[in-house]
Design a protein around this ligand. Sequence first.
Ligand code: TYM
Length: 347
Amino acid sequence: MKPSKPVILTGVRANNNIHIGNYFGAILPIINMAKRRSDEYDINLFIPDLHSFTTPIDHSKLYDSILNNARVYTAAGLPLDNPSIHLYRQSRIPAHSELAWILDCFTGFGEMSRMTQFKDKGSKGDASVGLFNYPVLMAADILLYGATYVPVGDDQTQHLEFTRDIAERMNRKFGDLFIVPKPVIQQHQFFGKDQGLRIKDLVNPAKKMSKSDESGKGIIFLSDDPKSAHKKIMSATTDSIGKVQYDKENQPGISNLLEILTLVRQDAGREVTLEQTANEYFGMDRYGDFKRIVADEVAEFLENFQNRLAAVDEQAIEEKLASSEKDMNAVANETLYRVQKAVGLRK
Ligand code: TYM
């Protein structure tokens, strides 16, 4: 089975602790893009589960957290019955690991050492070889399916550039083996406003909401009890200016709350823009009252989302995974065989 349309491909690592930054910043835009573009493109939405333990994790929770990603996508509105959308686990398609090994042998040690994510995480103690060559596996994830567009956040663009480099290098050496994904700038143009949203931490709105924050007070997890999420919003850091307005520079906390309020309203089906929300509350001088509005609506969003999550059809998810994995094994193996032939492993 060969995809007849150009391919858009992306992945979000298995994670049991998805927060609203991941949800509104990455997952929801991907689902909306999948729904909008599936007429013209094949959409490969996969769970990079082999990428889940480049740093130590609790392995007893991994299996469930892989499925949890699929459940969250479904609760976020991913249409499982759309045949142009493929939902699969990386580990169920052995060609990913095999191509990664071949690409490893054409990748320079120095080239990998310069990857900033490795430098950030790997500098803290005894990093694994898996963390070191993780971008090579990511390149295999992309090149096996000939993906043209790969929507990712800024932290992943260096890996996308590497994917282009290794694909071009292999094509120069062996002839046209791979479709090279578009350069990052063209990716941004293509996805337009799908890119660039960054929900900030509630306690420290100068930094993005990220699960590496130890206290958890600045983060709203999708699994948070709505009451405790309400409390977190009520204690969010604001400023001493004393008037609600959208000013990211001088009022990052209030601006973040305006963004969150807009997003939960959109999730509830309201067609509202950030500008409209900002106008609605412009000049309000009692931050406590404003926060209560945001807190109430965030609590309501969580309650709705958690109800949707509890109601997902597990069997439909299992069936979708099984059928996509069957189809994608066929696509991936075709590319892998071509590469094996080129490097002399097959006739
Ligand atoms: P991961 O799982 O760390 O993150 C998934 C995607 O979410 C983006 N992201 C955010 N976007 C907006 N706001 C935030 N607060 C935020 N936090 C994270 C990330 O940039 C990413 O796009 N290596 C990848 C997974 C991967 C992959 C691939 C992606 C493996 N193979 C092939 C695309 C194609 C990763 O660790 O993303």
